[in-house]
Design a protein around this ligand. Structure first.
Ligand code: ADP
Length: 699
């Protein structure tokens, strides 16, 4: 069985205790900790989910509140006298100012109780025309024919002009008078009296704002076009451009009641005029500003074109269903939505006797209402709100990271608008981050660290145990060897003596002296071992006696020499004079010196000379044992004073020893309140220095 298996066998108990008291509880605690972390993660997820739900709820509620406010505004508007009395111009104004100006409204339309509809943002009066043909008397009719002849056949503008003038004076009917003025202005223009013509046209515009041509077109509108033409003819280009822009704005503002086709025709006509004038006046300074005005107006125009298209859809798809809804709504305002040609038509209806309806501007709802609400929710960056329509198209916000499970969806109250609110938590908040914030995480980490630390400690203990065991077995074999050598020698010599083979006084003396030397060596060895065991048991006692160190040291060295009389050693003494007496345990300290000198010789295979210094250094008596031997490697220096420790070189060179010598020296010196130091250069030699206090502190 190898040594490690033996240790395991011996330390079974320790290992079992370690497993039961540290490993098992750590494992159990870790499992609980991991479970706790998972619970905490779940709780946090739940909390975030709640936050998300709350945010969605808040968004819904704020939107609903805004819609309610709008509803109130609509109700208030519907109750205005203008609406009640069907004053179309006023209705148009109100729709433009209080509705379209305050709310994200795209279209306003009124369904009259008695049938028919009115779209005040597109037209100034409903499609019911109160037009009657101009009534001319026979003589007036005759006059008119003569005037035409003069104008178109004879091109006699002079007489045509006076005929038309007469007609103007004679006619009384509103439209007829306006039409005659129009004829008059035309010939004035043809005859080159431009300024007069402009004046006549202006008269039509100011005095007959609602007049119509025989072809049912607004007369003032054609008059305005003529004025622009006149201005162009007379070379007042910038004036013409200004007039054209103002006309364009009037058409867009539904100043006149036009049908969709008329609207398109006139806008196209005016756009063409403006375009030409702009091209011509590129050099002109003011054209930049006018160009900007034109661009803005063109955008309004685009919107109007859309609105005209939507109006048709509203008429065909929305209005028919609306009627049935009103019955059910019991005159409460209500909202509904319908998808027509891929567009969401969001309608709010305020039913009074007539129905005031609003088609919301979807972009306006998104950017003017929802956008600011979302911004005001003050969400963390990790949250991402997205509004999508039924087809899944994103209306607001960005798409969150792919595959994120933590999203909460919600709908608007009453599915109005019929869009989906989606709240996504971005990957930044994946629970990984929270792990480090968890109390349990750190507990487990600390536990694992303790576990690792404990395991290392156990391994260290086992390794140390193993080393001690190895040292002990080494010690036993060293001691046996140390005992065997002198014993073998003694036995061989005594055998020869007993056999009587040794003759002569000198020879006998030599034999006895070798036996004595070996016996002394054995005695010292046994004494070393006994002292060591006493020392280990803490029973070693010292007897201090005041001693003349020089005398004592001399004697010790002499004794040592005697014991090594056959080893041919040379001991050089360097004693300072006047070394004071010091209280020491003579035997114990002598044994120390023996050990040091023994080592000095043992580890000096070439040189047999040892130097011994005795000095006084301030409060200390210093004894130095210096050799020129093999020296001690640096890595051994710290350990040579440990029990059983034998240096690597001594093991390599199989030098005899027990590893007890220096351990004993240190113990003894320390008992004297002194210390031992060593300096050594491998290959050059070593110096051991004993410091003994002159005044023993405890004596
Ligand atoms: P031992 O001499 O019985 O082996 P020691 O405790 O006296 O035990 O010495 C421990 C070790 O210190 C020795 O094995 C040796 O390696 C080293 N050592 C001691 N003294 C000397 C010395 N004078 N020169 C070289 N090495 C020494």
């Amino acid at each position: 069985m190898n040594i490690f298996a033996i240790i395991l066998q011996r330390q079974k108990k320790l290992i079992v205790i370690f497993l039961l008291t540290i490993v098992l509880p750590s494992a159990i605690l870790s499992v609980f900790g991991i479970m706790a972390i998972r619970n905490e993660k779940y709780r946090r997820d739940q909390q975030i989910l709640n936050e998300q739900q709350q945010a969605v709820m808040l968004l819904k509620n704020q939107f609903s509140a805004q819609l309610k406010n709008a509803e109130a505004l609509l109700q208030g508007t519907a109750q205005l006298p203008a609406f009640q009395n069907r004053e179309y111009k006023l209705i148009q104004q109100q729709s433009n100012v209080s509705l379209s100006g305050n709310l994200p409204v795209d279209q306003v339309f009124i369904l009259f109780e008695d049938g028919g509809s009115f779209f005040p943002l597109l037209q100034s009066v409903p499609d019911v025309l109160d037009y009657s043909d101009p009534v001319l008397t026979d003589s007036q009719q005759e006059l008119l024919v003569r005037a035409w002849e003069a104008e178109f056949t004879d091109t006699d503008y002079e007489s045509a002009g006076s005929l038309y003038e007469e007609l103007v004076n004679q006619t009384t009917a509103y439209h007829a008078k306006a039409q005659m003025l129009n004829h008059l202005a035309r010939v004035q223009k043809k005859s080159g009296r431009i300024v007069t013509a402009i004046r006549t046209y202006q008269r039509i515009i100011e005095s007959y704002p609602s007049s119509l041509t025989s072809g049912r077109l607004p007369l003032p509108l054609t008059a305005e076009i003529q004025i622009i033409d006149c201005e162009q003819i007379s070379g007042r280009k910038s004036q013409a451009l200004e007039s054209a822009l103002s006309l364009y704005e009037k058409i867009l503002g539904s100043h006149w009641n036009l049908s969709e086709n008329q609207y398109l025709m006139y806008t196209e006509m005016v756009e063409q005029i403006i375009q030409e004038l702009l091209d011509e006046s590129l050099v002109n300074d003011s054209s930049g500003e006018q160009y900007d005005t034109y661009r803005v107006l063109r955008e309004v125009h685009q919107k109007r074109v859309e609105q005209w298209k939507d109006r048709k859809l509203i008429e065909s798809e929305i209005i028919p269903v609306l009627e049935t809804m009103v019955l059910r709504s019991e005159y409460q305002p209500f909202h509904f939505s319908r998808e027509i040609q891929g567009k969401d038509f969001l309608i709010t209806v305020v039913p009074l006797s007539d129905l005031l309806c609003v088609k919301w501007d979807n972009d306006g709802l998104i950017h003017e209402w929802l956008g600011p609400i979302i911004n005001n929710l003050l969400l963390d960056e990790q949250f991402n709100i997205m509004i999508t329509d039924l087809s899944g198209e994103i209306l607001l916000g960005d798409e969150g990271p792919e595959g994120d499970a933590n999203s909460v969806t919600g709908e608007f109250d009453g599915y109005f608008p019929p869009w989906k609110i989606e709240m996504v938590r971005t990957s930044l908040t994946q629970s990984g981050i929270h792990l480090y914030e968890s109390y349990y995480f750190w507990s487990i980490l600390i536990l694992l660290m303790i576990l690792v630390f404990g395991t290392l400690l156990i391994i260290r203990t086992l390794a140390h145990e193993r080393e001690v065991m190895a040292m002990k077995s080494e010690f036993v074999s060293s001691v046996s060897h140390e005992l065997k050598t002198p014993l073998t020698s003694i036995r061989a010599l005594t055998e020869r003596l007993l056999e009587g083979k040794v003759k002569g006084h000198d020879k006998l003396h030599q034999y006895y002296s070798v036996i004595d030397q070996d016996a002394n060596r054995l005695t010292r060895l046994v004494k070393n071992i006994l002292d060591f065991s006493k020392m280990e048991a803490g029973k070693k006692e010292y007897r201090f006696e005041s001693t003349d160190i020089a005398v004592w040291l001399n004697k010790t060295i002499d004794d040592f020499r005697k014991d090594h009389i056959h080893d041919h050693i040379e001991i050089n003494k360097h004693f300072d004079p006047e070394i004071p007496s010091v209280a020491i345990d003579r035997d114990a300290l002598a044994q120390c010196l023996y050990n040091l000198m023994d080592n000095a010789i043992k580890f000096s295979p070439k040189s047999r000379s040892v130097d011994i210094d005795l000095k006084r250094e301030s409060e200390w008596v210093v004894i130095r044992v210096k050799d020129q031997g093999i020296g001690i490697p640096k890595e051994d220096l710290d350990r040579i004073f440990d029990k059983f420790y034998q240096g690597s070189s001594s093991i390599q060179d199989s030098v005899k020893g027990t590893g007890l010598g220096l351990a004993l020296v240190r113990h003894t010196v320390e008992a004297h309140k002194g210390r031992i130091e060593v300096q050594s250069v491998p290959g050059k030699g070593s110096t051991f220095t004993l410091f003994i206090p002159i005044v023993h502190p405890n004596l």
